[in-house]
Design a protein around this ligand. Sequence first.
Ligand code: 13P
Length: 252
Amino acid sequence: MRAVRHKLVVGNWKMHGSRASNADLLSALLAAQPPVTDDADVAVCVPAVYLQDVSARLRGSAIAWGAQDVSAHDQGAYTGEISAAMLAEFGCRYTIVGHSERRTQHRESDELVAQKAQAALAQGITPIVCVGESLAEREAGQTEVVVKRQLSAVIHRLAHCAAEMVVAYEPVWAIGTGRNATSEQAQGVHAVLRAQLHAATGHGATLKILYGGSVKGSNAAALFAQPDIDGGLIGGASLNAADFVAICRAAG
Ligand code: 13P
């Protein structure tokens, strides 16, 4: 099931930044020119309130931008939520959905995550659908069951459009802990996800599956060299231009 898949490196800024620090980070990134080539794409997913600033700064550059969440609804009485149509107005190319921080802190269900992915696609925004097991689930031997259940809800809802999403495998125990999955552990889960995607959509060879969880300049190349790892979703290291560029270079 080997096919040419462009690598993709996405920075997830989470709830970090300020107008001033964002400007510094983006200028440093643009100056360093992370390799956005025929083989690798780069994007940053920023807090929604900064989308306008970030889109203005990155317009005309090869770095795409996206959001970290989206409402499952089109419009209406949903205080605090942001619709996919609103994100699309800012030229959003991607939105993360189902990040483990939202699944746990905001009790987002598999079904809600699937609805969010569908809402994004309906506006031409590529959902980056996060799946991943907790430490307790891994230790109980439940990794495959958990990630397959999370992904299956999205595949089921998106039906033929499932070919348009990006999947990110982020083991919860590796996020922000400095403890990344080994390349072999990550590859093992990615292969399971790809087989599931292929069986359900027929597009397993072309769908991108990113790895996220303590990716750094020092471990990115080994992770990205795995046959089923198509790039990364980067948290902490995406807040430092030199670190993020080093990770992008490992993909390009
Ligand atoms: P860290 O890279 O900080 O571990 O975060 C990963 C992540 O959650 C990206 O979405």
